[in-house]
Design a protein around this ligand. Structure first.
Ligand code: ZN
Length: 259
């Protein structure tokens, strides 16, 4: 494994256009639960999944009230970027990061210092709200303040429509322009780095075969086997917060001196 990390690290050193693709695994190390994974909240409790299904959300005010309570209590508000997030920020500082495609909605990449124009959020963001009728968008915290002040299901102040976090719920289509941008970036990569994702959710997982077909090297870093391990030039297991800083040769935050 140490050898593989060293080899993968030299590839990153030699590359100029890295596309990183991140999934829930990098956020769980910051204390944000993986809702969809094998141990996920929704997998273990199908009733909880109902809260994130757009059909129930639009039809049932009780579902919306519960969803707003969950948003008020969401772990993203207190989560901090971990060493894995910081490693990707340092990859951008080195000028090698072409795009950072993420399935996460928590904004931790931006919090770590990645610039918003490098981050492609294919499942949207919990940091904004959107009106389901007039498409008005605004900051989440201002709407959460209304919930805390007693509005159980705050409505759009422009049109009276239903508000929702600007995330992609079950039953909601992905945004074609965002997906196009992610897949185009993958085709332009000379190295694709898939981190903390099981790579079985399409079309985003398709970034990996697209990059490979365009000649990019593929590094997969995930705790469990992924659906696309066969395509990997290097397959790395282990903690993202431990492995990723070694890959990008980011100095550890703690000063480890060796005699
Ligand atoms: Zn509206």
């Amino acid at each position: 494994m140490a050898n593989q990390i060293e080899t993968a690290s030299t590839w990153i050193d030699a590359s100029r256009r890295v596309v990183a693709l991140t999934g829930a695994g990098i956020s769980t190390e910051s204390g944000i639960p993986d809702f969809r994974g094998p141990q996920g909240l929704w997998t273990k409790n199908p009733k909880a999944e109902k809260l994130s299904d757009i059909r129930h959300y639009m039809a049932d005010p009780e579902v919306r009230r519960l969803a707003w309570q969950q948003r008020v209590a969401h772990p993203a508000w207190h989560a901090r970027p971990n060493a894995g997030h910081l490693a990707l920020a340092s990859l951008e500082q080195s000028g090698k990061l072409h795009a950072l495609v993420t399935q996460n909605i928590d904004g931790l990449h931006q919090a770590a210092g990645n610039s918003p124009d490098k981050v492609v959020e294919v499942h949207g963001t919990i940091h904004e709200v959107v009106c389901m009728r007039c498409q008005w968008r605004g900051p989440m915290q201002a709407t959460l303040d209304r919930v805390r002040a007693g509005e159980e299901d705050p409505e759009c102040r422009a049109c009276g429509g239903i508000l929702k976090s600007a995330t992609i719920s079950f039953g909601q289509p992905l945004i074609p322009e965002v997906i196009d941008r992610a897949l185009r970036a993958a085709q332009e990569a000379d190295l694709l780095l898939a981190i903390g994702t099981s790579l079985n959710v399409y079309p985003v997982a398709g970034a990996v075969p697209l990059a490979k077909a365009a000649g990019a090297r593929v590094i997969i870093l995930n705790a469990q086997p992924t659906a696309l391990d066969d395509l990997a030039d290097a397959l790395l297991r282990g903690s993202i917060g431990e492995v990723l800083p070694q890959l990008v040769k980011r100095k550890p935050t703690r000063n480890i001196s060796r005699a």
